[in-house]
Design a protein around this ligand. Sequence first.
Ligand code: PLP
Length: 400
Amino acid sequence: MAKRTYGREYGFQTRAVHTGNDVDAETGAIKRPITMANSYELPYDPSDMNWSSADKSIYTRNGGNNQKYLQEKLASLEGGEDCVVLASGVAALSGLFFSLLKSGDHVIFSSVTYIAVYRLFNELLNNKFNIETSIVDTTNPENIKKVIKPNTKLIHIETPGNPTLGIADIKRIADIAHENNALLSVDNTFASPFNQRPIELGADFTIESLTKYINGHGDALGGAIIGQKKYLDTIRAQAQINLGGIISPFNAWLIMRGSVTLPLRMRQHNKNAQKVAEYLEGLDCVRFVAYPGLKSHKGYAVAKKQMSPGFGGVLSFGLDADHETHNRFVSYLKVITSAVSLGHDESLIVFLGENDERQYLYPEEFHKGFFRFSVGIEDIEDIIGDLQQALEKTGLLSGK
Ligand SMILES: *Cc1c(COP(=O)(O)O)cnc(C)c1O
């Protein structure tokens, strides 16, 4: 049978199922197999080969089949030209930064980002590699204009931001970046390509922690950079082959499998999180709820413009209670698990106390203890029922 290809003329769900898969030529199996071998047979005279080539099968750090299949699918789902899949979301972030930036460059990054981004820009790249960095509240794009300068090479934003759910206007920031000869990268992990596609909004790079929604089952780490081939060829050569951030073929295969149901899972995450946010917002014992799908959210209008059909499955909220009561509340939960990470099939909650070193960068309501809640795909009645019984046990809510 001829090779089947599933281009952009097909819908998002069809591509989530089919792109990157094909009938295996050797066995006729209708799912491509995992290739775990780390080495490949060489040609008759290998002596003048480029041992660091990503185009030939030499060694799995140069690239393996399972990684390539996943890259094909993710480039398609994100609407980008090319994709590099690496060992984790952080490998993707650091791979982009180390490959793209050089000493003397200036970087602007969001005051709310994944912690490793903060550390890379605020401790490592600035102090050791002479890269100038500015932390900016990018929920207001005007703040970027105030600090941008001729050597600004990259603007890096995260929207929705982890853990405040702040929203940055991707299209406006892309325009500001390009008017100033800078590039824009967007960490799209909280939204996933089902709800938001930064490249279509003008961003140069999308970063995904595949560990979260795209794999969706909480059993593998991975990360991806999506963008133009002219940049990604360099990133592949540096971040994957020279820095060694390659993904395991098994993890690439797991993520390929998990990503098949991304649209189905996201629809349920969107629906459940919206209902949980509305439920919590209606309770007197809840101090605040941050979810971009709530009309009360500061970024609602921008979120509505750039996210569709939904706003993702993560929200943050705080109880009108002390530190200890927040912990007691979590100890009473039966369906929702206390654990880090997000975007898994199951609901996960994490209590972030009052002492986060970056709290001064967050909006006021986050200066007291709060929860980050990744709403899972369980029955909504069971999720809300679990919250309710735990609130009743803490004495914050009286029973019926
Ligand atoms: C988890 C996460 C990352 C890091 O991904 P890993 O796969 O854990 O390395 C990056 N950005 C965001 C927004 C995340 O939530």
